[in-house]
Design a protein around this ligand. Structure first.
Ligand code: C2E
Ligand code: CA
Ligand code: CA
Length: 453
């Protein structure tokens, strides 16, 4: 008889089974325990139509704690969390740990959203008290995603997926948020999937367009260049804002394909402009985390035959922050090739003066939010003044965005802002209309402009 054919001893069999259902670190049940519990409840509720709820709790910013204090301290916190959760879950409820800093609950007596939110608030409160690490105390918050059976899913997998979607929404809103999966979320998910499919098709059929908005010298109103802005008009879905479809392409992982198509189109169109005009192009934050970005940008310019010295890339602060090292590398490589870098939407994100020093930028674009209030709100005027004097000291050029009338333009000019952009000078228009705009507004376009070459 082979060893494996020996009948297992009864104790060790139960011990093995218990192990398979237990999280070794905290002693809580694991994912399999939760799955079995949910399956059992689903079977029971087949005859009893009462709903039940599952919840996921994920600690906020746990990774930095692990990195800062070591994994041992991290493990200690996870054990303390488990201890607190075990002590406070209601009768009949189950708490499990799935992986890392993620815990889950099965709540047979929570039937609807308000009850789910109350449960989340209670757990959030329990987890917010300081954690004792011997020589120091640490505080943590947690985010929650909840899903109610059967509305958010009929079986374990779909219910868990809905709870994860709800958790993802909580995380996107910041720390300590509670989201219960709802019909609204389901509809939004469906729409996002529809949109994603349509966007993929539009990229394949090359039907995403690029429009151009002039950037001028505030001193003499001369055109200096244009910012490229993506436009998508879907035959079925209608006009969709780039503020919607660019983040969608980032989230679903095909921003590189979209951005490549846009840059190619923009550079091709810009070939017809006077050579001294620049093209300003928006890079998405996801592209600053992708080490291939610089070579792909330069390859497109080479293919189109567009001089890298005429290109500016607009990036945002959040983009630079999320992956500093890669971003440094990309910006460095592009600048060596002659591409200039603008810091977009300045003043809205987590602006840090240090970042202006650490990164080699050429230009700063002051966000529309300040520009539109410059003549009505003293604080905005002071902020703009401060940005201007700081940029002067750092030898950075400045563009004010969103100038809509003469008063704003005048004010910015007297404050010493060099460049401006906005509806007052021109709305974004397509390539053909841009050439017309140049003919009307660019003083010597036609004599030495390349359109005639
Ligand atoms: P952004 O880079 O800050 O672009 C400026 C936005 O302000 C544009 O909106 C533009 O049409 C609008 N705008 C310009 N002047 C005025 C004005 O005087 N008044 C008002 N109210 N608005 C003005 P748009 O085209 O809807 O773009 C929204 C955002 O989408 C952009 O913000 C940018 O972050 C992103 N985006 C647009 N095109 C692209 C692209 O090709 N690639 C990437 N990665 N992002 C893009
Ligand atoms: Ca921009
Ligand atoms: Ca901007």
């Amino acid at each position: 008889m082979k060893l494996t054919e020996l009948p297992p001893l009864p104790e060790s069999q139960t011990a093995l089974q218990a192990m398979a259902y237990t999280d070794p670190l905290t002693g809580l049940g694991n994912r399999y325990r939760m799955r079995d519990r949910v399956r059992l409840l689903v079977a029971e509720r087949a005859s009893d139509p009462a709903p039940f709820t599952i919840a996921i709790a994920n600690l906020d910013a746990f990774k930095p704690i692990n990195d800062l204090f070591g994994t041992e301290a991290g493990d200690e916190i996870l054990c303390q969390v488990a201890h607190r959760l075990k002590a406070c879950v209601p009768d009949g409820a189950t708490v499990t740990r799935h992986a890392g800093d993620e815990f889950a609950f099965v709540l047979p007596l929570v039937f609807e959203r308000v009850g789910g939110e109350k449960f989340g608030q209670m757990i959030r409160e329990v987890l917010s008290a300081p954690y004792d690490l011997g020589d120091r105390n640490v505080r943590l918050s947690a985010s929650f995603g909840l899903a109610i059976h059967p509305f958010a899913g009929e079986d374990f997998d779909s219910l868990l997926k809905s709870a994860e979607t709800a958790l993802y929404r909580s995380k996107r809103r910041g720390r300590g948020q509670i989201t219960v999966y709802s019909d609204d979320i389901a509809r939004e998910m469906k729409r996002a999937t529809q949109l994603e499919q349509a966007l993929r098709n539009a990229i394949i059929s090359d039907s995403i367009d690029v429009h151009f908005q002039p950037i001028v010298s505030l001193g003499n109103n001369a055109i200096l260049g244009f910012e490229a802005l993506a436009r998508w008009n879907d035959p079925d879905l209608g006009f969709i804002s780039p503020a919607v479809f660019v983040p969608l392409a980032e989230e679903r992982g095909f921003i590189d394909a979209l951005s490549e198509a846009l840059l190619r189109k923009a550079a091709e169109a810009a070939l017809a402009w006077p050579r001294e005009l620049f093209l300003s192009f928006n890079l998405s934050s996801a592209q600053l985390m992708d080490p291939n970005t610089s070579s792909s940008v330069l390859a497109i310019l080479a293919r189109v035959g567009f001089d890298p010295h005429r290109l500016e890339l607009e990036i945002t602060e959040t983009a630079v922050m999320s992956s500093t090292e890669t971003a440094h590398q990309i910006i460095g490589d592009l600048r060596v090739a002659g591409v200039r870098i603008s810091l977009d939407d300045f003043g809205t994100g987590q602006s840090s003066l240090g970042r202006l020093r650490d990164f080699a930028f050429d230009k700063v674009k002051i966000d529309r939010a300040f520009v539109s209030r410059i003549n009505t709100d003293r604080a905005s005027e002071h902020i703009i003044k401060a940005i201007l004097s700081m940029c002067e000291g750092l030898d950075l050029k400045v563009v004010a965005e969103g100038i809509e009338n003469r008063e704003e333009a005048e004010k910015l000019r007297t404050l010493g802002c060099g460049m401006g952009q906005g509806y007052y000078y021109g709305k974004p228009v397509d390539g053909v209309a841009t050439l017309r705009y140049l003919q009307e507004h660019y003083y010597d376009f036609g004599e030495r402009g390349s359109a005639r070459d």
